[in-house]
Write a protein that binds this ligand. Sequence first.
Ligand code: FVH
Length: 288
Amino acid sequence: MSSISILGLGAMGTALARTLLKNGHTVTVWNRTRSRAEPLAGAGAKIAESPAEAIAASELTILCLVDYPAARAVLEQAQEALAGRDLLNLTNGTPGDARELGTWLAAREAIYLDGGIMAIPPMIGGAGALILYSGSRALFDRHSLALEALAESRHLGEDEGLASLYDIALLSGMYGLFSGFLHASALVTSAGGKAVDFLPLLLPWIEAMSGTLPDLAGKIDSGMHGRDVVSNIAMQKIALENIVRASEEQGVAPDFMRPMLRLAGDRVDSGGHGDDISAVVEVIRKRK
Ligand code: FVH
């Protein structure tokens, strides 16, 4: 069992600390607002009086703060304690944020692993929770027992930005799904339907369409968007125009759908009529 310090005791930091305690680890906690640490003392955690004291107390320190400026502010208070220490940052941010923090910590001789939590607090320590990691593989291997107690762990590579990149990519998939669901629900309810009653139609349809993703992914990776196309983008552009017109007729703002229409239209206008919808990736890559 390891000794682990947690800096940041919001909903997620508290769930991490409780899970580690439950699994027999020695846990030290610190939070800007001390009162949030006190319930954890009752569960067996030690309370540190400063971030530096917490970092010095344990083999591994986990940061779980609201954002990177907060994480950096906390670490700046503990600069003298950083050299040679193992630091895992589970604060959500961008790949650039993680790489910048990695550079800052390397200059202070700390060992850095970044992580992206694909779970909500009640899922921590249970089935279905996943944490993506990138950065120091040695740190990841050293603390694998503690990390596995929190969630299924996946190390993506030494580039500190990868965990965040994949976290953001997974969230993009989730928000794409949510935006489709919200738009579809607005359409159905505009004619007096109920979102709840629509789900038995929507869920099997989404499942059936998910079955096309392996083919689209192959086209994205090979760049061969015109291979074995059954639903060409010129046809899909007309479908998207119909979605926008139908939304307007029903008094529903087509704000989620217009960007997709514009991107498909750009590909058609540049001569990609026969391509699959996968070709939209080429349009958005060009806008980088
Ligand atoms: N909760 C969730 O569902 C998601 C799941 C996926 C991962 N996220 C990320 O986890 C990070 C922490 O999220 P959280 O849910 O614990 O957030 P809060 O409950 O709002 O707690 C925020 C903690 O940050 C501390 N804090 C804020 N500003 C500062 C600062 N300037 N200096 C020091 N600490 C700061 C705050 O302290 P206090 O307000 O209690 O004093 C809390 O400890 C986050 O990146 C999510 O995106 C969670």
